[in-house]
Write a new protein. Structure first.
Length: 243
């Protein structure tokens, strides 16, 4: 089992993971863009043996944007993420799809968005393969697993399925998302919420029904806001015999 604590400093998150005997997903999102090479290497050294993946930047990025300058910025940031993942010596890089249905979900816009996003992400996928990094596409606001599947297959990416994001963004059951994306899913982010916003609560603190999902996945990452939420989630899972 893995833990991702994006609100904590990476070095602190590594120590939390060690205390609980877990592997860790590091966080180098948009807030960490100014991180020096020396700082990245310090995180690498501290996380040796347990740091298996890293979450890349996603805020303000859109690989299928109509504005070519936004796409260029997105490409630049994702190249930085590949380079950072290489320095960290992790196996996987997690990136968001960047799709916003309220803007690009119209029939006249959706196809163009998918084509542009695919063309950009093919470059990232190839760069990752060349460096031994597996790039995983994570759903955020996407409301349809078929769209995510099409994008991942076109770009040669695997999937990081986020159960919490499905809860507030899609009317399609999580089980159906798993069935559609199953061959491509390599990681699953698990956290709770109220079904309306991305709260990243401890398991059991929100409204998500995890029982039908846990039996369908073999490896998951607890993506939470604090060590206290991690401990509460571990207790919740133990009470149900999941671990």
């Amino acid at each position: 089992m893995r833990v991702h604590l994006p609100l904590l400093n990476n070095l602190v998150a590594i120590e939390v993971a060690k205390r609980h005997g877990m592997s860790v997903e590091l966080n180098f999102d948009t807030r960490k863009l100014g991180t020096s090479r020396e700082e990245v290497l310090a995180v690498r050294d501290a996380g040796r043996g347990i740091a298996k993946s890293v979450h890349g930047p996603f805020m303000d990025l859109n690989p299928g944007a109509l504005d070519q300058d936004v796409r260029k910025l997105t490409l630049d940031r994702l190249v930085w993420a590949i380079e950072t993942a290489t320095l960290l010596e992790v196996d996987d890089l997690i990136i968001h799809d960047g799709y916003i249905p309220l803007i690009y979900g119209y029939p006249s816009l959706k196809g163009g968005w998918l084509q542009r996003a695919s063309e950009l992400l093919v470059e990232i996928s190839k760069m990752g393969r060349d460096r031994g990094i597996r790039v995983l596409l994570e759903n955020m606001f996407a409301d349809d697993p078929l769209m995510i599947k099409a994008l991942a297959e076109e770009a040669g990416l695997n999937i990081c399925l986020d159960v919490g994001h499905i809860s507030f963004s899609s009317n399609i059951a999580v089980e159906e998302w798993v069935n559609v994306l199953h061959p491509l899913i390599k990681e699953v982010h698990v956290h709770d919420n109220d079904g309306a916003s991305d709260e990243h609560l401890a398991l059991g603190a929100g409204t998500i029904k995890f029982d039908p999902v846990i039996s369908l996945i073999s490896m998951f990452t607890l993506e939470l806001g604090s060590e206290a939420d991690l401990e509460a989630s571990i207790d919740y899972m133990r009470e149900r015999g999941w671990i």
